[in-house]
Write a protein that binds this ligand. Structure first.
Ligand SMILES: Cc1cc2nc3c(=O)[nH]c(=O)nc-3n(C[C@H](O)[C@H](O)[C@H](O)COP(=O)(O)OP(=O)(O)OC[C@H]3O[C@@H](n4cnc5c(N)ncnc54)[C@H](O)[C@@H]3O)c2cc1C
Length: 358
């Protein structure tokens, strides 16, 4: 069998790797050679906290556990950091949400620890000054972060000679009696099956298919500190709406939920404001400056992954999610087994048919 995959991000790479493990020949096609996709520009947290409903929480939990296992199989342990997260609230509203999250961890049997705010600087993160904290500090050892870009490269390398890479834009495709015909600018590729793992490129590709999969392109701004911090942070930190972690032994990367800059999108200003707030909590880099990093994330309209066949003859399959760093490794395995004929119970909540009748 020959399978073509559009997209060399974490989803495409993971699907290709898991197909290659089953001796399937895979051609991965991507218009970009550089680091411009969502998999290369993101915060990279592996997280479950406060996700619902239960099936989605379980998928994320399984996603982290599987990625940690897979990392040792594909020589990627340096890129998956299960270091734990620290979370705290600074206001009554966010405190209630924090407590909901604790209840959810308990319900799913995910281990956690509660600390006094004063313990953060004393025992957990000596460089931090968390400021005003309402309620406990929660540590979740399951969570952490992953370098999606390097992890994806390891997946493609581990697929060996079963995976061929083509650098080109897919203009359109058509299903035929025998399989799928995929048009690039100066060539046409024939395959038995085609997988759309093209992130924000999916809606444009779907125009020729006659099926609508609503995937929005949502920009997110982060900052990377350019001046040295004294020693790396051990955990990923979620302080109210801010999140940050070590990017390298001396640099910090961070972002926030909700825009600071009203009426328009100014990446530099947003990054600078986020960095300023983080530096207040992390005084060892107080005097530092920050570079903005812009990432564009594929976000299915209802926030849940979209995974499944697009046509009755099972020639074309779509795979996308707004949390690919947490879910990509596992989804690659589950999607690959569906592409080879199995139906996976875990994926039944995420079918494309919820948007269209296919
Ligand atoms: C700011 C930010 C923070 C994030 N934080 C987190 C986080 O903390 N935790 C988490 O789990 N996730 C996070 N994400 C989301 C995560 O990065 C994405 O869900 C994931 O990277 C998506 O991977 P993908 O393989 O589906 O898509 P991508 O990585 O975008 O790859 C799709 C590829 O398809 C290619 N392509 C598209 N159209 C075509 C075409 N017509 N022809 C050829 N090639 C094409 C593109 O070039 C691209 O390389 C974040 C994202 C952003 C932007």
């Amino acid at each position: 069998m020959h399978v073509a995959v559009i997209g060399r991000g974490i989803l495409g790479a993971s699907i290709a790797y898991h197909l290659a493990l089953k001796d399937v020949n895979v051609t991965v096609i991507d218009v970009h050679n550089n680091n411009s996709n969502a998999t290369s520009n993101n915060f990279g947290c592996l997280n479950v906290y406060n996700y619902e409903p239960d099936h989605y929480f379980f998928l994320r939990q399984s996603g982290i556990e599987y990625q940690v296992r897979l990392a040792s199989e594909i020589n990627a342990i340096d890129f998956v950091h299960q270091v734990g997260t620290l979370r705290w609230a600074q206001g009554a509203g966010t405190h209630a949400r924090l407590v909901e999250g604790i209840c959810r961890l308990e319900k799913h049997g995910v281990p956690f620890e509660l600390f006094e705010p004063g313990d953060v600087a004393k025992y957990l993160e000596p460089g931090l000054n968390p400021g005003r904290v309402v309620g406990p500090v929660v540590r979740v050892p399951l969570e952490g972060w992953s370098d999606g870009s390097r992890f994806s490269r390891c997946l493609l390398d581990a697929g060996g000679s079963h995976i061929a890479n083509v650098s080109a834009e897919v203009l359109r495709y058509a299903t035929t009696r025998r399989g799928v015909s995929i048009d690039l600018k100066s060539a046409t590729i024939q395959a038995d099956k085609l997988i759309l793992a093209a992130g924000i490129g999916i809606p444009a590709l779907m125009q020729h298919h006659g099926v609508k999969i609503p995937v929005n392109a949502e920009p997110g701004v982060m900052f990377i500190s350019t001046s040295a911090a004294q020693g790396p942070l051990s955990h990923v930190i979620y302080a109210e709406s801010l999140h940050f972690r070590s990017h390298s032994p001396t640099q910090v990367i961070g972002g926030h939920h909700g825009a600071f800059v009203p009426n328009g999108y100014n990446a530099e200003q947003e990054a600078a404001l986020t960095a300023q707030l983080v530096f207040e909590l992390y005084p060892s880099i107080k005097a530092g400056t920050a570079e903005p990093v812009l990432g564009i994330r594929p976000v299915p309209e209802d926030g849940f992954p979209v995974l499944g066949w697009l046509d009755e003859r099972r020639r074309t399959y779509v795979a996308t999610t707004h949390s690919g760093i947490t879910l990509g490794a596992l989804l690659g395995r589950l999607c690959a087994s569906e592409i080879l004929g199995a139906e996976d119970e875990l994926l039944k909540h995420y079918r494309p048919s919820r948007f269209n009748k296919v």
